[in-house]
Design a protein around this ligand. Structure first.
Ligand code: ADP
Ligand code: MG
Length: 251
């Protein structure tokens, strides 16, 4: 059963509600009994050990896999029945010798014109506008294979922000990004959600940034084990139990 409907709102603001969500792949119950409420403008961090079902949960929200239960979204005043979701997948690997440039990548995603014809003037200006949202105009002619982890994430983020989504979903945006780049990226996500009033749902293993950036932390292992403020979840018995039991292996 797949349900995705408008409704279940929170007054005048948009929100995402997940109720009793479960996912089965073959005979394997990957997720069960997942309940979550994300308010507009909130940053929610999903944490949990490897194989906990975090990416599967995001795929259910994206409508990429079948699930049971309800995923409901409400956005008063928006005409489309489905929410606009921006998605930054786990970092794709580009070869350093790959000739594709950032401009080509945008052209492939945003234009029907073959990339080998180059960018029209209008498209180049649109790409620059998109890159401006992540302060990345200078990246437009760089080859994607030569970008640092942080730069690549900013380019993927710029792609996910066009058109502007209601919910931005990122699967481990901080992996492959150095410590300095992590701060830059998190500050940028914080700025983006405030500027555009969108919700952000991201998976991370970097617990150090939770207190500073996340409104809500959700600890998952096939179901939700704990949720609340960063302080509540990080001090919970479930958190201790999950990461000590697993010997600290979180990936
Ligand atoms: P996480 O992102 O928390 O590391 P995943 O959501 O990727 O976890 O995976 C959760 C579980 O579901 C794992 O045991 C994984 O092997 C299984 N799984 C995920 N996708 C598939 C699939 N397409 N087919 C079979 N099993 C899958
Ligand atoms: Mg994953």
């Amino acid at each position: 059963m797949k349900l995705f409907f408008h409704g279940g709102g929170c007054g005048d603001s948009c929100c995402l509600r997940v109720k009793d969500l479960s996912v089965k792949i073959g005979a394997d119950q990957i997720l069960h009994g997942v309940d979550l409420h994300v308010h507009c403008g909130e940053m929610v961090a999903l944490i949990g050990p490897n194989g906990a079902g975090k990416s599967t949960f995001l795929k259910a929200i994206l409508g990429q896999i079948d699930y049971d239960g309800v995923i409901a979204f409400s956005a008063p005043g928006q005409r489309e029945r489905r929410p606009r979701i921006g998605y930054v997948p786990q970092s794709p690997n580009f070869d350093s010798g790959d000739p594709i440039s950032v401009a080509d990548l945008f052209a492939c995603c945003m234009s029907k014109r073959p990339a080998f014809l180059g960018l029209s003037k209008a498209m180049r200006s649109k790409v620059l506008d998109c890159l401006e949202r992540v302060h990345g105009e200078d990246l437009i002619d760089k080859r994607v294979g030569t970008l640092s982890g942080g730069e690549l994430q900013r380019v993927l983020l710029a792609l996910a922000l066009e058109p502007l989504p209601n919910i931005l979903i990122l699967d481990e945006p901080l992996s492959g990004v150095d410590v300095e780049g992590m701060g830059v990226l998190m500050d940028m996500l914080d700025e983006i959600r405030k500027t555009y009033d969108l919700s952000i749902l991201l998976i991370t293993h970097d617990f150090a940034m939770l207190e500073r950036y996340a409104d809500q932390v959700v600890l998952m292992d096939r179901t939700i084990l704990a949720k609340g403020t960063p302080a509540e979840v990080l001090s919970s018995a479930a958190f201790q139990e999950t990461f000590h039991r697993k010997g600290g292996a979180v990936r």
